[in-house]
Design a protein around this ligand. Structure first.
Ligand SMILES: Nc1ncnc2c1ncn2[C@@H]1O[C@H](COP(=O)(O)OP(=O)(O)OP(=O)(O)O)[C@@H](O)[C@H]1O
Ligand SMILES: [Mg+2]
Length: 251
């Protein structure tokens, strides 16, 4: 079982888009996949077409010790969603019992999801505690990076957080970088790509996901790109990216 946190403290870099579409690509290729929404905004459910307003989810696991099976939803063939839940915000505000809760997510995943091939966690931007819980539970991290000038700055901030967690855990967490919302003809985007290759050799997944209208449109229909525009550039890029992750293909 590969447990991967899709994480970047910078907002709007396509964490949720990447979680939903990678998970869908993997599930379509026959893998058993569970996605966990760790963002109190709860966008992952919307991106997957689940629009009930008062969903139970990770909030109940972390705040009320409920079982994972009571909050999972089968959303597609081979694809299960653990929604954020409407009260996940309260976890960030928690002052007592943080230490005990910090290991809970990891424990739940390792006990209840052993039959899964992939567990992908969609992490919130600018978070404190939820990101830390995700990093404790993760065996790998996938960092979506978009090609603007702030992304490298955001990334170095995140690497600082990652290093701290690694020193607490006493082991390294392997990282992958996915180029997202990529404009191949923009010099700035190519510069960011060059810098990433320099700083993280062998870590940048082979396929940049291009910025395309269809990828921005599909969440409002609750569809993945494979349902909305299966033959589009966006579908092709995420299909390739899923294979990159599966096979360890890098630039
Ligand atoms: N390749 C792409 N082409 C066009 N639009 C994209 C692409 N990837 C993501 N988007 C759009 O960019 C916006 C941000 O994407 P998304 O919600 O996935 O980012 P995020 O990192 O999860 O954001 P947040 O930090 O708020 O959780 C959304 O409107 C999404 O539809
Ligand atoms: Mg998001």
């Amino acid at each position: 079982m590969r447990v991967i946190a899709v994480i970047n403290q910078k907002g709007g870099v396509a964490k949720t888009t990447t979680t939903a579409n990678l998970a869908s690509a993997l599930a379509r290729s026959g893998k058993r996949v569970t996605v966990i929404d760790l963002d109190p905004q709860g966008h992952l459910a919307t991106y997957l077409g689940v629009n009930e307003r008062r969903l139970a989810g990770v909030d109940r696991l972390l705040l009320a010790d409920e079982s994972l099976s009571s909050v999972t939803m089968d959303v597609r063939d081979n694809l299960t969603l653990v929604p954020a839940g409407s009260n996940l915000d309260a976890v960030e505000q928690m002052t007592n019992g943080r230490l005990a809760k910090s290991k809970l997510l990891k424990q739940v995943i390792n006990e209840s999801l052993t039959d899964q091939d992939y567990v992908l966690m969609d992490c919130p931007p600018a978070s404190g505690l939820l990101d830390i819980f995700a990093l404790y539970a993760a065996k790998e991290v996938l960092i979506p990076v978009n090609g603007d000038h702030l992304s490298l700055h955001g990334l170095s901030h995140f690497i600082g957080t990652l290093k701290k967690v690694e020193s607490v855990l006493g082991h390294k967490i392997p990282l992958h970088i996915a180029l997202t919302r990529f404009h191949p003809r923009r010099r700035l985007a190519r510069d960011v790509m060059q810098k990433l290759l320099e700083y993280f050799p062998g870590r940048v997944l082979a396929t940049p996901v291009r910025e395309t209208a269809a990828l921005a449109e599909c969440p409002s229909f609750g569809k993945t790109i494979f349902e909305y525009r299966p033959r589009s550039v966006g579908a092709n890029d995420y299909r390739q990216l899923a294979q990159d992750l599966e096979l360890g293909r890098t630039m």
